[in-house]
Design a protein around this ligand. Structure first.
Ligand SMILES: Cc1cc2nc3c(=O)[nH]c(=O)nc-3n(C[C@H](O)[C@H](O)[C@H](O)COP(=O)(O)OP(=O)(O)OC[C@H]3O[C@@H](n4cnc5c(N)ncnc54)[C@H](O)[C@@H]3O)c2cc1C
Length: 380
């Protein structure tokens, strides 16, 4: 059993209070319009959550704690998966900057991130999804600079209004695979950087996903994150944390779906009694609650390992895979418990069901998580 510290419980409480009182009320409208929920992001800045892990010297809250981040993301996700996605990707980008940024990079970008200017992570390309080793975006040395060319697709926290800075992984030495890639910190305002197609998505409609187009973008060599040739390694290190974030988001979605199912099944009367008086419905609820709890424990375990600086790649993959599947399972049964009404947009579960589906795809599909886990099981 995990014992949370007083500080962690305070983070959970403050996030829960804000999410339940403000974020929840906007979730439906954000889904319908697909707009950027800027008031949610400002609200999360106001309560110190957007900048939770950023050191105080850069304007952050100074709580670099993986468990607190998991608690914050899951509380937001219970109410709005879109806002949780924005928060999670922002954490991922800040985490890479804190671990790999130079003092100058941190001094420039962490205060902006602390103010709620969104950070992103740009790895995926049209020809390189699960196989991130197939990147084509090039960074060519030119004097003291690099010139970047390429298109990243499906980039979260990039939209017409949102997206300030991005960790971009590009090929610096072709022909030697992932060891020939380097990570760069790219500012949205740089000449040649643009937001291409913004996707029209099935779910998490308030969390923009767009193409990041790089056309002859000249960046100084000081924009390199970490060392030359470390791009893929940095991306995988960042994804360890990112996957714990998605697992946290998935747990929040699962718990939120259970809340909706419990409420509805207590109110809906058929055959002269609430539907939750039937063992069939009770067993659905038991199944959902147990899977959500198992997912949460795996997530907390992975977060705890990462917090201690211990290897966490397998634990993060297990948490991400299991929690994503559990969230989809819970949303599906919660919708079933709502009957025909669950299929209608009048009920939150219709949105939650669509929102949940992405959890099995981004930051590595369920199949990719199983590849990571099985490598460890086989001992390769
Ligand atoms: C809403 C959204 C937000 C995203 N945000 C970001 C972001 O911020 N930054 C970023 O870099 N990327 C982002 N992505 C990209 C995301 O991580 C990729 O979509 C994902 O990794 C899968 O890549 P793909 O879509 O190209 O699918 P593919 O790699 O083409 O996979 C297609 C199918 O084949 C399966 N498959 C592939 N290879 C194997 C294999 N070896 N064995 C078994 N099955 C396999 C996959 O599991 C999947 O089911 C986002 C995607 C979406 C949809």
């Amino acid at each position: 059993m995990f014992q949370f510290t007083e500080e962690q419980l305070a983070i959970q409480e403050i996030t829960q209070k804000y999410a339940q009182s403000s974020i929840k009320a906007l979730a439906d409208e954000i889904d319908k319009t697909g707009r950027y929920p800027k008031e949610n992001i400002q609200g999360l800045v106001d309560i110190g959550i957007m900048q939770l892990s950023i050191p105080e010297e850069y304007g952050g809250t100074g709580m670099d704690d993986e468990i607190s981040k998991a608690l914050a993301v899951s509380e937001v996700a219970k109410c709005c998966a879109s806002t949780a996605e924005i928060l999670d990707v922002h954490y991922l980008s800040a985490d890479i900057l804190m671990r790999k940024g130079t003092p100058e990079q941190k001094a420039q970008y962490l205060p902006q991130a602390a103010e709620g200017k969104l950070g992103g992570f740009a790895l995926t390309e049209p020809g390189a999804g699960s196989d991130a080793g197939g990147l084509k975006t090039r960074a060519v040395k030119d004097g003291d600079d690099y010139i970047l060319n390429g298109t990243k697709c499906f980039i979260s926290n990039l939209g017409p209004e949102e997206g300030n800075h991005f960790v971009v992984v590009a090929v610096t030495e072709p022909g030697i695979g992932t060891k020939g890639t380097t990570a760069f910190l790219v500012d949205r305002s740089m000449a040649g950087v643009s937001c291409g197609k913004t996707e029209d998505k099935m779910g998490i409609r308030g969390a923009a996903v767009s193409e990041l187009v790089l056309e002859d973008v000249r960046v100084p060599k000081t924009a390199v994150l970490g060392q030359l040739g470390e791009g893929f390694k940095i991306a995988m290190m960042g994804l360890d944390g990112g996957r714990i974030g998605i697992a946290s988001q998935a747990c929040g979605v699962a718990f939120g779906a259970i809340e909706e199912a419990v409420k509805y099944s207590g109110e809906r009367v058929q055959f002269g009694k609430p539907i939750h008086a039937n063992q069939g419905i009770q067993w659905y609820l038991a199944d959902m609650a147990t899977r959500a709890e198992a997912a949460w424990l795996l997530t907390l375990k992975a977060a705890s390992l990462r917090q201690q600086g211990l290897p966490c790649t397998t634990a993060a993959a297990m948490a991400k895979w299991y929690a994503a599947e559990a969230a989809c399972f819970c949303c599906d049964l919660a919708l079933q418990i709502h009957g025909g009404y669950g299929y209608m947009k009048d009920y939150a579960i219709e949105r939650m069901y669509r929102d949940a589906r992405i959890l099995r795809i981004y930051e590595g599909t369920s199949e990719v998580q199983k590849m990571v886990i099985s490598r460890n099981v086989i001992g390769k």
